[in-house]
Design a protein around this ligand. Structure first.
Ligand code: 13P
Ligand code: SF4
Length: 347
């Protein structure tokens, strides 16, 4: 006799309803009842432990769909997740994303125990510059405000005047007093900001450091031209971490949250998403009527998250999975993020 109404079977069916349209999977899995049955015991146990321990899971849209739809309490982009961390009353925050995001959560929610499933989940942007490097830039350009993209370490935030996200960077830079500013760590985003300031007629001198995102710096104008030739009516949707040449050819450039909104509210037949593949997975779930053509790439750091690691970290986090920050540094970094919330109360 086949028993179909066990909690695990009901969970597998819940997961299948959510995941059945996901084609863009980092492991090449097909989401069917079998694959959902395999993960159902894990999601059930994680969700039970969350309740028992007063924990929440924040997940960036780039992590795997079984995390986003199986166990996450909040899913979204860096700005949205920072707001959730700031407002959280939970005792434990598990951050399924990358380490700089978990650090940001700890900066904004210092009383919570903030846990990362994998300490190796870095970011090519955040890891491209240290606090000492920022101090050296400030010594060369005394008095110029430092704008740091949120993809930066707590140490870099502590040395900066205002934080920005991919959603508010243009408005915050445009409204900063003074002409000259230092921008860290994303050289390509700085180039996109320069282009946007020119377009808006805002006179700014932007001096940037040299980091790039290893996912977004790979997209090319040739890829866009090829896709447009093959799919008439195609919309190209890009993240501001892409090169300015790519951004100039896109129909829309914005944060991952804004990219999702753009696709959901537009009625084009095809979309080329110039960002990490996880976002396409989210759209396959939330906008199943849309067609996505190839182009997306994987962030190896985001993909270090897994249900198994989340379960282990919730049960008994190892010391290396718990985010700790020096209190003086945390307060300085918080000032930089709070300034962003003052200047951009909404993304
Ligand atoms: P968003 O804040 O737009 O989600 O960007 C985060 C990120 O890491 C992009 O690579
Ligand atoms: Fe960092 Fe790029 Fe990965 Fe985003 S996609 S976390 S910017 S390496």
């Amino acid at each position: 006799m086949i028993i179909t109404d066990t909690p695990s079977e009901a969970e597998a069916e819940r997961l299948l309803k959510l995941l059945m349209n996901v084609e863009c999977d980092p492991h090449g899995r097909t989401w069917n009842l079998e694959t959902c049955r395999e993960i159902a015991p894990l999601t059930l146990e994680i969700n039970r432990l969350k309740r028992e321990k007063n924990a929440v899971i924040l997940a960036h849209s780039y992590v795997e769909p079984e995390i986003i739809y199986g166990v996450a309490d909040f899913r979204g982009d860096s700005y949205y997740l920072s707001v959730q961390a700031k407002q959280s009353q939970a005792a434990i925050i598990v951050f399924a994303g990358v380490v700089f995001m978990a650090e940001t959560a700890k900066i904004l929610s210092p009383a919570a125990t903030v846990v990362v499933p994998d300490r190796g989940s870095g970011c090519s942007l955040a890891d491209s510059i240290t606090g000492e490097d920022v101090r050296k830039m400030k010594a060369v350009y005394p008095g110029a405000p430092v704008v740091c993209y949120i993809n930066s370490t707590a140490e870099v935030k502590a040395e900066s005047d205002v934080c920005v996200t991919s959603g508010n960077v243009y408005d915050i830079v445009a409204n900063l007093p003074g002409r000259r500013l230092l921008f860290v760590p994303d050289r390509l985003m700085a180039e996109n900001v320069r282009a946007e300031m020119k377009r808006r007629g805002v006179d700014k001198e932007i001096i940037s450091s040299d980091g790039t995102c290893l996912v977004h710096d790979e997209f090319t104008p040739a890829q866009i031209a090829e896709a447009r030739a093959q799919f008439p009516g195609l919309k190209v949707v890009a993240h501001p971490e892409c090169t300015p040449e790519v951004a100039a050819l896109a129909d829309f450039v914005g944060s991952t949250g804004a990219m999702m909104k753009y696709v959901k509210t537009s009625n084009a037949p095809y979309y080329l998403m110039l960002t990490e593949c996880g976002l396409v997975g989210r759209l396959e779930v939330e906008a199943p009527e849309k067609n996505f053509i190839g182009g997306c790439r994987l962030c190896p750091y985001m993909k270090l998250n897994s249900l198994e690691k989340i379960l282990q970290a919730l049960k008994a986090p190892r010391a290396d999975q718990i985010v700790t920050l020096d209190e003086d540094l945390r307060q300085k970094a918080q000032r930089c993020i709070d300034r962003m919330f003052e200047l951009a109360p909404q993304d």
